[in-house]
Design a protein around this ligand. Structure first.
Ligand code: C2E
Ligand code: MG
Ligand code: MG
Ligand code: MG
Length: 279
């Protein structure tokens, strides 16, 4: 009867919960193994100055080369890494790899601009991130002008005072700061105006339908105007077409990244990409 069905569905529910808990545990274990076995790689995507097309830096994007699954996208494992705290050691690994790579590119006179590193909320909460940055720069004999840090609106809004302090410490080092995926979160303009921020990055959700979607046109123009009047530089993400590029350049957007210029690529490929552009 109904009672019996209820009991059964409860049992199913329990079985489902157990299965999901086990799945999570398995995933966490493989993430730990990935860290120990060196399965993480940093890929690089070029950033260009829109006015003249000059290469002005790159964004470091994490990839996991899982022997079983192949290349795994960060969207699939960053949330778990954040929940388990593994994002802290993973973030340090990314920073170390980026600094080592930046040193090599600087020595070969290849990359003049900054490499932007994505930072998760937990890294700012759990560790003295500015100190971590300073140590990484010192270890690799790198000037602070080699790096930029990208944080999200939600990271800022979770604890605005702490975030402001950390961003301030980061800027004091000489590393610049950017707000990533701008417009998709819920940051308050009151905080934005007092935060030590150098760049706003327009999320690619607003770029995808430019210049045909009138709302996205309005949003992109508004972010550029607001950002500029608050003294920020504006970067657009996800530029895939010439039309998008022309619209954004015309609207006064400063920098951009996207498949139109170059996809994220392994360090060796990015080296070749830079050498080829130069020739
Ligand atoms: P994000 O920081 O907003 O990075 C931009 C994402 O857009 C990247 O996805 C990039 O590959 C993608 N992208 C760039 N240009 C285009 C384009 O023209 N078209 C399309 N469709 N996509 C484009 P990816 O590499 O999969 O990274 C996803 C997210 O994972 C990142 O978003 C960032 O939030 C996070 N992430 C990546 N690396 C790290 C890391 O080292 N630490 C932390 N905490 N998060 C990271
Ligand atoms: Mg980013
Ligand atoms: Mg972004
Ligand atoms: Mg984004």
């Amino acid at each position: 009867g109904a009672k019996e069905g209820g009991r059964n569905s409860y049992r199913f529910y329990q079985a489902d919960m157990t299965r999901r808990a086990q799945e999570r545990l398995t995933q966490e274990r493989s993430l730990r193994r990935a860290l120990e076995e060196g399965e993480f790689e940093v890929w690089y995507q070029p950033k260009l100055e829109l006015a003249d097309g000059r290469l002005c830096g790159a964004e470091a994007l994490l990839r996991w080369r899982d022997p079983a699954r192949g290349l795994v996208s960060p969207a699939e494992f960053i949330p778990l890494a954040e929940r388990t705290g593994l994002i802290v050691p993973i973030g340090e690994l990314v920073l170390d790899q980026v600094c080592r790579q930046a040193r090599q590119w600087a020595d070969r006179g290849l990359l003049a601009g900054r490499i932007a590193v994505n930072v998760a909320a937990l890294q700012i909460e759990r560790s003295d991130y500015a100190a971590t940055l300073r140590q990484a720069l010192e270890k690799h004999g790198l000037p602070a002008t080699a790096l930029e840090v990208e944080v999200t609106e939600s990271l800022i809004m979770e604890s605005p005072n702490h975030a402001r302090q950390v961003l301030c410490d980061i800027q004091t080092l000489g590393v610049t700061t950017a707000v990533d995926d701008f417009g998709t979160g819920y940051s308050s303009l009151a905080y934005l105006k007092v935060l030590p921020i150098n760049h706003l990055k327009i999320d690619r959700a607003f770029v995808a339908d430019l210049p045909h979607n009138a709302n996205d046109v309005a949003i992109a123009r508004a972010i550029i105007a607001l950002g500029h009047s608050l003294g920020f530089h504006i970067t657009a993400e996800g530029i895939e077409t010439q039309e998008q590029l022309e619209f954004l350049r015309g609207a006064g957007c400063d920098q951009g990244q996207g498949y139109l210029f170059g996809r994220p690529m392994p360090a060796a490929d990015f080296t070749a990409w830079m050498q080829q552009r130069r020739a």
